[in-house]
Design a protein around this ligand. Structure first.
Ligand code: SF4
Ligand code: SF4
Length: 496
């Protein structure tokens, strides 16, 4: 296959003979990105981009001419030489005229026969925490109920049993220890692992169990390394910047004069890494660090993280209180920071979130959908008192309760249906005409959930949730598309 300059491309091995041109047409929509005279063309409904260091405008004009002429026929060979036809076809700019495709079947994450192939169960081991982060989502009334909620072994076992029974015989269960600060209830974490290994696994021999901590890691139980090694426990720790920044945003509750949360977390990350354990690092992006994302990711690297993730502030806490707008990152600065981080090549793309997430969508057969497991009940969060919420960002919000262990009613179909409907709504009015709509899918729908039905959501905060999710999709996809198309153009054999 050749591009507009006669170079060989192996992006896609699909091929059509010029003899069969009458079975094809130009794609319904054609998207073009332009940067300093270079172009990328792609079909927004079936993305397989092609890079034109020059000549992209001509190719686009030719495709438009072909579309105006309708169905491609053999006598169009003069207008569209066979090698170019094949090239356009390989990149889905020309597509087969086929009978309407049947509606897609269930995706791999949807329940089959009522059972899911995989679920991540978040256990809130305790609602208490030893830090006082400026943006903590744990509201006073729904999280820090007095006395402070601590999960019992009976609730944890009930939760594990319930979720294991909702997963297919050969399915996967990821147990995520969450809080508050889950290491404040380390004895229960150990009991959970013992219960899974000694009782649940024999009862569900085809299922796979993995363990993960989302922790501030300012605590470090003596036997943490031994247990983590034995069960390949992975860790995710939030580091919001270098020490000065992190300590300001995520202070310890009783810090005294020398108590640096950064120092404690950093020392403990080093101990885990020295023991050969995986520690992913993430930053919550707020107005405090939105202009320092490069420094943040360099800090992640220096600390020995296995990856670096950026997640913009969620604007509503568990009491459904709206975060102050001054705390929210500026979407434009956040986008600029993401671009800078990506272009510095500090991490492979697979270790840099959200780029890693969007990269998995850049394949010709990718079909858009709601890229979120919450409406399918795949990320259940169990509170210390046994209520089951659909997502860690929706804990405390009653209308997103997926069940209650005491009622044995997980997952509630009406809540799942309502969440799917909300998640499927366009993020903003311009989504319908957006070239990225196929790959974006509206982005993470958590902003839609927290805003839907919240009377306190001001127009400004609604705009923030829309803008920040759109900024993520547009920035990440633009960077990835340019990179991918250029790599394919300059290393055709590697791109096959
Ligand atoms: S570490 Fe997590 S739970 Fe604790 S205060 Fe910070 S954001 Fe809240
Ligand atoms: S959220 Fe933004 S990037 Fe995504 S489809 Fe809508 S307009 Fe396009």
């Amino acid at each position: 296959m050749t591009d507009g300059r006669g170079n060989v491309s192996h992006w896609n091995t699909a091929r059509a003979s010029s003899e069969t041109m009458d079975h094809f047409r130009v794609a319904d929509a054609l998207a073009a990105l332009e940067r300093a005279g270079e172009h990328i063309l792609f079909n927004p409904g079936q993305v397989n981009p092609v890079f034109f260091p020059r000549g992209g405008e001509e190719a686009l004009a030719l495709l438009r001419t072909l579309r105006e002429m309708g169905r491609l026929t053999r006598n169009l060979g003069d207008i569209c030489p066979p090698h170019l036809f094949d090239f356009f076809l390989a990149h889905s700019l020309i597509v087969p005229i086929a009978p309407p495709t049947p509606a897609p079947g269930p995706c791999h994450c949807q329940s089959a026969g009522g059972l899911a192939s995989a679920r991540s169960l978040y256990l809130l081991l305790t609602h208490a925490c030893n830090q006082a982060c400026l943006y903590c989502l744990d509201g006073q009334s729904t999280y820090h109920e007095a006395p402070t909620l601590v999960m019992s072994a009976a609730v944890a076992r009930d939760a594990l049993r319930t979720i294991a029974e909702s997963i297919a015989v050969n399915g996967r269960m990821e147990v995520v220890f969450f809080g508050g600060e889950p290491l404040l209830n380390w004895p229960l974490a150990k009991e959970v692992i013992r219960y899974c290994e000694e009782e649940l696994k024999p009862a569900h021999p085809g299922q796979t169990f993995t363990y993960h901590f989302t922790t501030n890691l300012t605590l470090f139980p003596d036997d943490l390394i031994a247990l983590a090694r034995r069960h390949a426990i992975t860790f995710l720790v939030d580091i919001d910047g270098p020490a000065d920044l992190h300590d300001r945003i995520r202070p310890l509750k009783s810090s005294g004069r020398h108590g640096s949360s950064f120092r404690k977390s950093a020392d403990h990350i080093a101990r885990l890494r020295d023991a050969g354990l995986e520690v992913g690092l993430r930053a919550t992006v707020t107005s405090h660090n939105h202009h320092r994302l490069l420094e943040v990711t360099q800090t992640h690297k220096a600390l020995g993280g296995t990856g670096s993730a950026f997640v913009p502030l969620n604007a509503v806490d568990s009491d459904e209180w709206i975060m102050p707008l001054e705390l929210c990152p500026d979407p434009a600065l956040y986008a600029q920071g993401l671009r800078q981080v990506y272009r510095e090549r500090i991490w492979p793309v697979s270790a840099l979130f959200p780029f890693s997430e969007y990269l998995s969508r850049l394949r010709p057969d990718y079909r858009s959908g709601v890229a979120c497991g919450a409406p399918l009940g795949n990320t259940p969060v169990v509170t210390a008192d046994g209520r089951i919420f659909s997502c860690i960002y929706l804990v405390g919000i009653e209308r997103f309760t997926l069940g209650d262990l005491t009622r044995n009613d997980f997952p509630r179909p009406s809540v799942m249906a309502e969440m799917q409907e909300i998640a499927g709504r366009p993020t903003r009015p311009e989504c319908a005409d957006c070239d990225f709509r196929q790959l974006c899918g509206g982005g993470c729908p958590v902003g839609k959930f927290i805003i839907a039905g919240n009377p306190q959501a001001t127009p400004a905060i609604r705009r923030y949730t829309q803008d920040v999710v759109c900024a993520t999709s547009k920035t990440v996809l633009t960077e990835l598309l340019w990179e991918q198309a250029k790599v394919a153009w300059s290393n055709p054999s590697e791109a096959s």
